[in-house]
Write a protein that binds this ligand. Structure first.
Ligand SMILES: *[C@@H]1O[C@H](CO)[C@@H](O)[C@H](O)[C@H]1NC(C)=O
Length: 209
């Protein structure tokens, strides 16, 4: 056997092996996670050493999502609407901030086209790991997302377990209740958000200046 054929055979072995690996990964890739139209998720929020509890109510038909951030001196409501306007208010102090973040509401299939990174165990859950989007930091994706491996592979809606943003903010989902709607009153933006128009420190805070 000439050295040329030895090199060719070696290459063949490596190339065929690599192709088989790619094929296996593709075969293993589950369907993209799809959120239910409505859900309630209770998460532990972690940013550095700061811990919090956040209730997320997601309601696609209504076009909004509400983050209820629980802290010692009363909850903060962060109401995000599909038109890109957020109202962040604290009933305890009746302060409200109107924020324009311009992204709008994530659709239930926002993870479509995410890159699949294989399986990983997170806490008690065997998970599929995904990443999506880019951030300003080179090589850091916008979000990394873990969802529990479904018993039934065809099941399109699976339980989210954890997600982490490029800035280190991380959410561990403790409870996840699909299709839970919140009482109508919770969606009402309080009047003090509209008292002094929009802008940073609107409402009472603006009036105090
Ligand atoms: C955005 O939508 C919400 C809910 O429908 C509404 O209360 C708010 O006024 C809208 N804001 C703008 C700037 O259109």
């Amino acid at each position: 056997m000439s050295w040329v054929s030895v090199v060719l055979l070696a290459c063949l072995a490596v190339c065929v092996g690599a192709a088989a690996e790619v094929r296996d990964t593709l075969r293993e890739q589950p369907p993209y996670p799809v959120w239910p139209d409505r859900f309630h998720a209770v998460s532990q929020q972690k940013r550095g050493e700061d811990l919090g509890i956040v209730d997320l109510y997601y309601d696609w038909p209504r076009g909004g999502n509400l983050n209820l951030i629980r802290q010692a001196d009363g909850p903060i409501f962060d109401m995000e609407w599909g038109n890109g306007t957020s109202y962040v208010y604290t009933p305890a102090t009746q302060k409200c901030k109107v924020v324009k973040f311009g992204v709008g509401l994530l659709p239930p299939d926002w993870l479509h086209g995410a890159q699949y990174l294989g399986r990983e165990t997170v806490g008690l859950f065997e998970c599929h790991k995904w990443q999506k989007g880019d951030s300003d930091a080179p090589g850091v994706p916008f979000v990394v997302y873990w969802d529990a491996v479904a018993e039934d592979a065809a099941q399109a809606q699976r339980r989210p377990v954890q997600w982490r943003f490029f800035d280190g903010m991380q959410f561990n989902v403790v409870y996840f209740t699909p299709h839970e709607a919140v009482p109508e009153s919770v969606w009402q933006t309080p009047a003090y958000c509209f008292e002094q128009g929009e802008g940073e420190g609107g409402g009472r805070a603006e009036a105090a200046r």
